[in-house]
Every structure is written in structure tokens, then in C-alpha cells.
Design a binder for this molecule. Structure first.
Ligand SMILES: Cc1ncc(COP(=O)(O)O)c(C=O)c1O
Length: 417
């Protein structure tokens, strides 16, 4: 893997910040975009722009074909059985809101005998998440259960940021309607044993949603192998444009769930008395979608596929290990998240120093990291801290950048003590 060559494809990285070369380590928030992705979207607006699925004319048909081709590319990339199992959304947050809303309506409208809610003895609506979820995989479910006097069940974790699977098993016995879990924690970097957790939930006939926001850019995903019922992700965290992402759902589930939003395109027939809905996946894609960004997402996938993904994994693992090793030398450092299975990022605090102060000072040295609660306040509460400094990696980061980052942290720590 020629990192220098790869970096030429990301012009944004080649700039000075406060007179220092930019070291961009905020990739868990969003990755930078290669020229091919930017060009793909630009080209769509320059030469192909048209609304899709509606026109008989040339441009509309071309745009429709391109959009559906992008859907097939996403399906192949995550090994979905069929393209109709991929719903384009704005990203992870929208995908999770879609699911929480659809499951909520499914509860209230379903008259089918296989409606499994609520099967627990108390007849209460319960949703099972973990203690390391991003707010996007917490608040939609929390609001949903609260509307029904239900309950959010939460799998605890230990000091290292490893989930307690014994407790998970016990909570499954409470018969939640859905299990929704992060593949990789955006604060701790923990890689959760999602395949095993799916298997355990299926023994109780409970469907599982995997939040893949932090995994899809770093590791190959095979939804059939994981056997998850849903997998959600954001394009902008995997080198694609903002405003596009996806929801994979097993066709049998997507068929069963009611639509999320209503309007054009998601309908089959409409009268004042009655509306029937379109087939999958259009039933879940109301209104005009972000076609240009979907095409950019396809190009981002092709970009990732053009690389040896094993090599990318090894490179990112080396960046992570070197960072941890070098940061460990700093007096008073406390890592937040030390699970044996980790990926993509490192979170830490330094005794007596507020993460925000540290982040602000190293920014002046050209280093971009994230500080704060990272949209996961319960994780901060669990560890009794106000926030962390988080450095997160992408395939274009280098060992030299790690060195600059660690030096900057050491210098800032000296200044702030
Ligand atoms: C684990 C996880 N889930 C969900 C999200 C929300 O993603 P988005 O803001 O792209 O919808 C993020 C974003 O940081 C995340 O890290």
C-alpha cells in the first residue's frame, strides 16, 4: 500500500493549519473524500442530473440506472442477498430512526399472528441496547419505549470497555422486541462480538440491528455471515459524501415493517380513500433521494475495493498500536477503552487536564482530534469523566503523523500542568 500515492488523492490533507501541516485524526467523525468521489458527484451535476424513477426521457433513465447500479454495488459490498434489501438513507441516524419508527408502528398496527410483541410476561415493550451506544442508537429507541411505558434494557460493560455477555443473555430472557448494538464503539474502539450476539438473540427469536457506522470503513462486512437482521451505516465515514448512507434489512423483515415516511415514490396506488405501497426498497424511500451522493458512495466503495483491505486493516492496526505505545509514556494518562479487540481509534484523558484544553492546544499545532463526549454521554457517566480526547484513524494516516500527534500531546500536557 503506497500511502503517499493514496494521499495525493485527498487534496484536503495537503494544507497548513496555523502554519503547521495538517494532521487529520478525526476520522471517526467523518473521513476525507478522494478526488474520484468528488468528481463522481460533480460529474452527476455537470452532465447527468435528473430526478429518477419518474421520467421516460433519456437523462431520467440514465440517472435511474446509475442509482440502481449504486444500490447493487452497496449490496455486493456488504454481501446482501439482493439489492432490494438496501434502502438508501441520509445515514446511520436516519436508518436507526426509520427502524425505531417502523417497529413502533409495527407493534400497533400488526394483526398478524406472528406479531411477537410484547412476548414478555409483563407485556411491556422492551428494546435491548448496550451501554456503549452512540446517542443515535439510544435516543430513537428510548423515545419509542417511553411512548409505550416500555423499557430500555442496557447491557453493561467492564472497566476495559468489554460487554458483559452473561448479563446480555439474562436480558434476552426478558424478551425485548429488538436488540440494537454497535459493531465498533465510537468512543472505546471496542469491536463487539456481534456475530455471537446475533446468534444468542436469534435463540430467543429476537431480531438484531447492527450499527456499523464505525466498522464499515475499516473491516469487510458480510451481513449474511453475521446473520444480522439489519445493518446501518453512513457514507461520510467511509470516504463517501455526506447526506447518504444505508439500511440493510433482510427482505422478510423489510416486507413486514410498515413505511417510515410517506409521499411520492413510496406508493403504488393512491386515492383519497386508500393508499397502497410500493415494493422494496422503494416503500422506504419517500421523496427525491440524494442521487449524486449515492453515486459518490458507489465510487467510494470502488475506491475501497481497489485496495487490499487486509493491508488496510494491518496498516490501521499498526497506527493504533504505535499510538497506544507512544502515548503510554505520558505520565497520568488514562486510556478509556482497553478491550483486547479494538479498532480505529484511541480515547484518553490526562490527569488534571481537561480534554477540551488539550484538544485546543494541539489544534494550534496542526493536529485535529475530537474532544468531548462523542455523542455518547452514558459512556462518560460510566467512566466518571467529562469527556475524552479521541484520535481516530483512516487509511491515509501515517506513522509520521502519529509521531507528530504524540509529540503535540506531550508538549500540551507540559504546558497545561
Ligand atoms: C457508532 C455510531 N453510530 C451512529 C453515528 C451517527 O452517524 P451519522 O451522524 O452519520 O448519522 C455515529 C457517528 O459518529 C457513530 O459513531
Amino acid at each position: 500500500m503506497n500511502i503517499n500515492e493514496i494521499r495525493t488523492q485527498f487534496p484536503v490533507l495537503d494544507q497548513q493549519v496555523y502554519g503547521k501541516p495538517l494532521v487529520y485524526l478525526d476520522n471517526a467523525a467523518t473521513t476525507q473524500k478522494p478526488i474520484c468521489v468528488i468528481e463522481r458527484e460533480r460529474n452527476y451535476y455537470l452532465h447527468e442530473n435528473c430526478n429518477i424513477h419518474r421520467g421516460v426521457h433519456y437523462l431520467s433513465q440514465k440517472a435511474t440506472e446509475a442509482y440502481e447500479h449504486a444500490r447493487q454495488t452497496v449490496a455486493d459490498f456488504i454481501h446482501a442477498k439482493e439489492a432490494r434489501e438496501i434502502v438508501f438513507t441520509r445515514g446511520t441516524t436516519e436508518s436507526l430512526n426509520l427502524l425505531a419508527t417502523a417497529f413502533e408502528h409495527f407493534t400497533s398496527i400488526s394483526t398478524s399472528p406472528d406479531c411477537f410483541v410484547p412476548h414478555n410476561d409483563e407485556k411491556r415493550l422492551k428494546i435491548l441496547i448496550t451501554s456503549m451506544e452512540h446517542h443515535s442508537n439510544l435516543v430513537p429507541w428510548q423515545q419509542m419505549v417511553q411512548r409505550h411505558d416500555g423499557q430500555l434494557l442496557v447491557v453493561p460493560m467492564d472497566e476495559k470497555g468489554v460487554l458483559d455477555l452473561n448479563r446480555y443473555e439474562e436480558l434476552l430472557k426478558e424478551r425485548p422486541m429488538v436488540v440494537s448494538i454497535a459493531h465498533i464503539s465510537n468512543v472505546l474502539g471496542t469491536i463487539n462480538p456481534v456475530k455471537q450476539m446475533v446468534k444468542m438473540a436469534h435463540e430467543y427469536d429476537i431480531p438484531v440491528v447492527i450499527d456499523g457506522a464505525q466498522s464499515i470503513a475499516h473491516h469487510p462486512i458480510d451481513v449474511q455471515d453475521l446473520d444480522c437482521d439489519f445493518f446501518v451505516f453512513s457514507g461520510h465515514k467511509m470516504y463517501a459524501p455526506m447526506g447518504i448512507g444505508g439500511l440493510y434489512g433482510k427482505a422478510e423483515w423489510l416486507e413486514k415493517l410498515p413505511p417510515y415516511q410517506f409521499g411520492g415514490e413510496m406508493v403504488d396506488t393512491v386515492s383519497f380513500e386508500k393508499t397502497t405501497f410500493n415494493v422494496l426498497p422503494y416503500k422506504f424511500e419517500a421523496g427525491t433521494p440524494n442521487v449524486g451522493a449515492a453515486l459518490g458512495l458507489e465510487t467510494a466503495i470502488q475506491f475501497l475495493q481497489s485496495l487490499d483491505r487486509k493491508e488496510v486493516e494491518q496498516h490501521e492496526a499498526q497506527l493504533l498500536q504505535t499510538t497506544i505505545q507512544q502515548l503510554s509514556e505520558i505520565e497520568g494518562i488514562r486510556f478509556i477503552g482497553e478491550a483486547p479487540q479494538r479498532s480505529g481509534l484511541v480515547s484518553f484523558i490526562i490527569e488534571g487536564i481537561h480534554p477540551y484544553d488539550l484538544g485546543t492546544i494541539i489544534d494550534k499545532m496542526g493536529v485535529a482530534v475530537r474532544t468531548g463526549h462523542h455523542c455518547a454521554e452514558p459512556v462518560m457517566t460510566r467512566f466518571g469523566i467529562p469527556g475524552t480526547v479521541r484520535a481516530s484513524f483512516a487509511l491515509y494516516n501515517t506513522l509520521e503523523e502519529v509521531e507528530i500527534f504524540v509529540k503535540a500531546v506531550k508538549k500540551a500536557a507540559m504546558m497545561l500542568r
